[in-house]
Design a binder for this molecule. Structure first.
Ligand SMILES: Cc1ncc(COP(=O)(O)O)c(C=O)c1O
Length: 424
């Protein structure tokens, strides 16, 4: 039945049948979680050898057990440089979380400003940040925490709408930055086109200290054999003379251990110097033993890529399962759901009829399946169309994922029928 063309009587009959099926799910006592993009235990097991690596002496004789070397062990800087496509002296290797490094740099701009800031951002009358939507809730949360105004910019199939970005940043010097997940974006799995990357490098910004927070969290996280390819932002910025504009980030959170990996910042050598000078009062050094372990475990970028093939083998069937259940259990009922199978990353983004996402997530919750809160993909947790749901297939086993997605489709159908009945 096509819900968009069905008449009232048909929809009422359908709703009764769906509600009965929903009750059956409620009686199953499910307790499933598709809410956070966490690696599964099997994925974490892939890196257990890390714990057997007992290294503490670096290649240049640095004793990693001791204080010092704030910028990170040379071999770890080299590894992350290869991952980000920049030079080792453009890398600071930190602790376990790239999010912490993003927070640190936002805080640095706020408290102190950057080397090319006219003043610390806290002294500006207002500070705005561009937030491509849908996007990553934790990014938005950082800038919301500092009291910045979050300005939504729509995502397109090639990245943020660059006509809007260019216009805004050219006109308004209170816009100090933008959050970007340029490869396999969270949650849509979109990778930015070459044109988008070039426009980011070349665009004119009214704020001299405008920064691109380039969070390449999923740079090697392919799940198909036709991976996306991302142009190197730093190369383009160098060519355009804007190499101090990007702050790049990545981590091994979804390569080794999400709670005990290694994270890094990539920035121009000039910015690296400035950041290190300002980090100095905060810590004497990060966990260099873990940095060495990771460098020894992977050796180089090829080592990471080989390792990611094992993640791919575990993740791909899960994404395919979600895709196939959506095809069989949602697609036949008319134009009530849109999604696309990404080539990588950690999420599938489901678009519903307007005003249905919250209702669907709530229905799932009441039947024992936890989804990411509706609205989390938008600044301030408000999705104006209430039609975006982030599906995180990585954690549950495949069979649980089937059941959870089947329930999600049932809830989607209930909410869609209710929507049609209300709008007749
Ligand atoms: C886009 C993005 N960036 C960063 C993170 C977190 O990274 P980390 O564990 O390095 O803090 C996530 C986790 O889901 C993410 O989706």
């Amino acid at each position: 039945m096509d819900y968009l063309t069905a008449n009232r009587a048909q929809l009422l009959d359908e709703l009764t049948a769906l509600q009965q099926e929903y009750k059956r799910y409620q009686q199953m006592g499910l307790k499933l979680d598709m809410s956070r993009g966490k690696p599964s235990p099997e994925q974490l097991d892939l890196s257990m050898e890390l714990l057997d690596i007992h290294v503490y002496k670096g290649e240049t004789g640095i004793d990693a057990r001791n204080y010092g070397v704030l910028e990170g062990m040379p071999e770890a800087r080299r590894l992350f440089a290869a991952l980000m496509g920049i030079a080792p002296d453009e890398v600071i290797v930190g602790g376990n979380a790239s999010l912490q490094m993003m927070y640190y740099l936002v805080e640095l701009g706020y408290r102190n400003g950057y080397a090319n800031s006219p003043c610390p951002w806290k002294e500006c009358e207002r500070v705005k940040f561009l937030c491509p939507v849908p996007g990553y809730d934790r990014h938005f949360r950082i800038t919301e925490y500092f009291g910045f105004e979050l300005v939504s910019v729509p995502m397109t199939p090639t990245g943020p709408d660059m006509d809007i970005v260019e216009k805004l940043v050219a006109e308004d010097d209170s816009i100090k930055g933008i959050w970007c997940v340029p490869m396999y974006s969270n949650p849509e799995g979109v990778s930015y086109s070459d044109e988008t990357v070039r426009r980011f490098a070349r665009m004119k910004t009214k704020a001299p200290d405008f920064k691109i927070f380039w969070d390449n969290a999923y740079c090697v996280h392919h799940i198909t054999d036709t991976p996306d390819i991302l142009l190197n932002l730093m190369d383009e910025c160098r060519a355009a003379g804007t190499e101090d504009r990007p702050f790049m980030f990545c981590s091994t959170s979804k390569i080794t251990f999400s709670g005990a990996g290694v994270a890094a910042i990539g920035a121009s050598a000039f910015n690296v110097k400035y950041i290190l000078k300002n980090m100095f009062p905060m810590t004497i050094s990060f966990d260099k033993i873990n940095q060495l372990r990771h460098a020894a475990f992977f050796e180089n970028r090829a080592g990471i890529e080989q390792h990611m093939e094992k993640h791919k083998a575990l993740l791909r069937p899960k994404f395919e399962m979600v895709d196939s259940v959506l095809r069989s259990d949602a697609a036949p009922y008319g134009d009530i759901a849109h999604w696309r199978m990404p080539n990588g990353g950690y999420f599938i983004c489901l678009r519903t009829l307007p005003g249905c996402a919250k209702r669907i997530v709530d229905l799932c919750d009441k039947a024992g399946v936890k989804m990411t809160e509706a609205g989390a993909t938008h600044p301030y947790g408000i999705d104006p169309n209430d039609n975006t749901i982030r599906i995180a297939p990585s954690f549950p086993p495949v069979e649980e994922l089937r059941t959870a997605t089947q329930l999600l489709c049932l809830c989607l159908r209930i909410a869609s029928v209710e929507h049609q009945l209300e709008n007749m």
